[in-house]
Write a protein that binds this ligand. Sequence first.
Ligand SMILES: NC(=O)c1ccc[n+]([C@@H]2O[C@H](COP(=O)([O-])OP(=O)(O)OC[C@H]3O[C@@H](n4cnc5c(N)ncnc54)[C@H](OP(=O)(O)O)[C@@H]3O)[C@@H](O)[C@H]2O)c1
Length: 317
Amino acid sequence: MSTKRQPGGSSTLAGRPVARIGFGAMQLPGPGVLGPPRDRAVALAVLRRAVELGVNHIDTAEYYGPKVANELIHAALHPYPQDLVLVTKVGAERDRQGSWILAQRPAELRAAVEDDLRQLGLDRIPVVNLRRLDLGPGLQAEGDQIVDIDDQLAEMIALRDEGKIGAVGISSVPLDVLRRALPAGIVCVQNAYSLLDRSQEETLDVCTAEGIAWVPFFPLGSAFPGFPKVADNAVVAEIAGELGVTAAQVGLAWVLAHAPNTLLIPGTRSVAHLEENVGAADVVLDADALARLDTVTAPGDGPRLHGTEPFREAPTA
Ligand SMILES: NC(=O)c1ccc[n+]([C@@H]2O[C@H](COP(=O)([O-])OP(=O)(O)OC[C@H]3O[C@@H](n4cnc5c(N)ncnc54)[C@H](OP(=O)(O)O)[C@@H]3O)[C@@H](O)[C@H]2O)c1
């Protein structure tokens, strides 16, 4: 029996056991998530340290870099540990200048999966998220990039039937779109969500009821300037001070405690922050702390992180 630590405890994703604290690879490419990492050795060290600490769920995308995050994951971790669940997302590409090219059509989804397979050196990607553009406004799909979700899911299911992907997830969808996707056997939902942005609480509730993993992106408020940072919140900082832990840890511990089907994928380019984030697993928030944190934003309140760009990974500077 494995004695490997499971930070945050053990859960399942696509029928595979995963630790509840995972890692998001979006911060590894260079400034603005574009280009080579600022320090390649550090980026590789972050990935290796994550696995060493028991992280076995890593989120990536071909368009992080582009290609950079996937390449770093392959360089740092291949041949992959057997228990590692790599998760990618399809629905867009980036050109050499970093501009977004939407890629929502079924053939484009398939081509993106093929790219991920090649870049990651896999025969099958354990989970692929269909990254939709529903939580607009901002740049929106136009023309032939407005694709019916049924047509997209048919392609994702075909890829799953062919064994190229193990399971299908969905990202950036409101509740009605999630409901339409449920019959496809969705295993996870990635929407922006944190202590400061609880606008997706209803969608989370449906995931909980349906036994679908809730994998919020921006759990700390993202790296983008202008987005409220969870660690800057006064209540969060106060509780962190009382507990002798960091504010980021309190923010992550709240998300973890809030719903049992939550899997965290905080992003960082720093080994120290990675260790801190994994350490959030050991932060115990008592009923009083949880009640105070719950009042920071009520469900439906808080700044909306959705919608001014099609993909939140777009650099703002
Ligand atoms: N499905 C989607 O459309 C979608 C969209 C966006 C992101 N994602 C995924 O979700 C993951 C998480 O989102 P994210 O990385 O954008 O945002 P995030 O996890 O909310 O925040 C990342 C930011 O927090 C900082 N940070 C991390 N740990 C910290 C700590 N312990 N103390 C202080 N600051 C800390 C990072 O800076 P440092 O690097 O300096 O630590 C970075 O600036 C991504 O990495 C990506 O894999 C998915």
